[in-house]
Design a protein around this ligand. Structure first.
Ligand code: HEM
Length: 501
């Protein structure tokens, strides 16, 4: 017994020595300061995951603006100085923008690689996104979203007696329900069943989406979905509803999904389920950030009487100028939606306070990264990361950074403010909830428009109140840090009532 323990002890000690000698990377000349962490493979992942902002600030104090951390077997170079962001982005030729995203998508949604170089498809999916989420395509998306929001928020034939009553609901639950239903209809169109049957189906999808989304951070971290039975089932059910044979029976399917169906059918070797899973990836991208962003925009606006007043005045004015009557269906065109600086500022400020995305690029080869404050050698396959929350909450750039100021993004003429400074130097990158460079979110214009449309309808068609008049701001759910807009840790109750129009 003693001999067995001794042998195991020696084996463990030898493994530790081997790991120390060969498993730990050593910092070489010209490389950024390195944090290997104490745990093999994980490195600093646990500390980073517990509170990324604090972890990065601590390393910034210790090492300066650029440092390397081992995270889940990868070496990640964090660049934390906002003045260096444009320099990072100018090294585009050394970066592989897609590798990380394509691998993560396959891992989380369960399709084979969508990277054309892996041979399963020849579709350039970024081109598809840019073609169908921006430019002329944005008009029809936006128009459909406004119609669907109204269908969900004030359905035709909604009984007058009901509309006169106050409804109390969790604000996050409300935003989730409304944005999911309207967003689902906008992308994937309507089926031919009655509206209540269709609603029941979508709400069933919403439950599955919630189950799946709950484990999303774990899937991105590399855990297999088989570890999560309920979420796995939910993912498969969601994909079932997005199979081409089902989508073909629906009306008013968006151009994005129609083009993706065509390209999936003609350019890929994916089977029916995999094709559906690539659509599920789009459903996730279109909802997972938009829902919490909508919540924070409504919550912060309602909590600030000045914001409510300024937003209501702006909305009344645009509806009046556009000749829109509230008793009818409301429609605003692109120009009218783009000319709402107060709503823009409210949404930006709400996203500044709640966004925690991680912008990632992989080094295609060994190269030297030249930044404002020095040059650093980077090895092939390492990751270069920006964490914009560091700028969003930097008191140099945003004085009193934890306070919601609805007019932070308005200039002295009440137009959109675009000049922000750090150390007296004008910043190119000061607001980045949608990422940056080649991987910037292709749905960002649509996202802002749909949140604006939601706020316009809330302000013009409903009376709104918090149940508790001294409401506290909920904390952010840090378990999703790195993925985008963080949801609130707890829901808050509010009351709404349809106005007599
Ligand atoms: C407030 C809402 C939203 C936020 C904050 C947001 C943010 C982001 C971020 C940070 C990325 C990754 C960028 C990077 O890796 O550097 C991304 C990617 C993406 N977003 Fe959004 N997004 C939002 C809404 C939307 C909407 C409404 C759509 C519409 C369909 C959309 C479609 C996409 C797609 C397709 C990608 C992947 C792009 C690619 O891999 O090529 N997003 N988004």
């Amino acid at each position: 017994m003693l001999t067995t323990s001794l042998i195991w002890g020696i084996v463990t000690a030898v493994c530790c020595c081997l790991w120390l000698i060969f498993g730990i990377r050593r910092r070489q000349m010209g490389e950024p300061p390195l944090e290997n962490g104490l745990i093999p493979y994980l490195g600093c992942a646990l500390k980073f995951g517990a509170n990324p902002l604090e972890f990065l600030r601590e390393n910034q104090r210790k090492h300066g603006h650029v440092f390397t951390c081992k995270l889940m077997g990868k070496y990640v170079h964090f660049v934390t100085n906002s003045l260096s962001y444009h320099k990072v982005l100018s090294h585009g030729k050394y970066f592989d923008w897609k590798k990380f995203h394509y691998t993560t998508s396959a891992q989380a949604f369960g399709h084979r690689s969508i990277d054309p170089s892996d041979g399963n498809t020849t579709e350039n999916i970024n081109n598809t996104f840019n073609k169908t989420l921006q430019g002329d395509a944005l008009n029809s998306l936006s128009e459909a979203m406004m119609e669907n929001l109204q269908l969900v928020m004030r359905p035709p034939g909604f009984p007058k007696s009901k509309s006169a009553a106050w409804v109390t609901e969790g604000m996050y639950a409300f935003c989730y329900r409304v944005m999911f239903e309207a967003g689902y209809l906008t992308l994937f169109g309507r089926d031919h069943t009655r509206q209540d049957t269709q609603r029941a189906l979508i709400l069933n999808n919403l439950d599955n989406f919630k189950q799946f989304d709950k484990v999303f951070p774990a899937l991105v971290a590399g855990l297999p979905i088989h570890m999560f039975k309920t979420a796995h089932k939910a993912r498969e059910r969601l994909a079932e509803g997005l199979k081409h044979e089902k989508l073909r029976t629906r009306d008013q399917v968006s151009e994005l999904i129609r083009l993706r169906m065509f390209l999936n059918d003609t350019l890929s070797t994916f089977d029916d389920t995999e094709k559906a899973k690539t659509h599920l990836a789009i459903l996730w991208a279109s909802q997972a950030n938009t829902i919490p962003a909508t919540f924070w925009s409504l919550f912060q606006m309602m909590r600030s009487p000045e914001a409510m007043k300024a937003a209501t005045e702006e909305v009344n004015k645009v509806l009046e100028n556009a000749g829109q009557k509230l008793s009818n269906s409301i429609y605003l065109n692109q120009m009218q939606l783009n000319d709402l600086p107060v709503l823009d500022s409210i949404i930006k400020e709400a996203l500044r306070l709640s966004s925690a995305s991680l912008n990632i690029r992989t080094a295609k080869e060994d190269f030297t990264l030249h930044l404002e404050d020095g040059s650093y050698n980077i090895r092939k396959d390492d990751i270069i990361a920006l964490y914009p929350q560091l700028i969003h909450l930097d008191p140099e750039i945003y004085p009193d950074p934890m306070t919601f100021k609805y007019d932070r993004y308005l200039d002295e003429n009440r137009k959109t403010k675009t000049t922000f400074y750090s150390n007296g130097i004008k910043l190119k990158y000061y607001y980045m909830p949608f990422g940056s460079g080649a991987m910037i979110c292709p749905g960002r214009l649509f996202a802002v428009q749909e949140i604006k449309q939601f706020l316009i309808l809330m302000l013009s068609c409903f009376e709104l109140e918090f149940v508790d008049s001294h409401i506290m701001c909920p904390l952010l759910d840090q378990s999703r840090a790195g993925l985008g807009i963080l949801p609130p840790l707890n829901d808050i109750e509010f009351k709404y009532k349809l106005k007599h129009l």
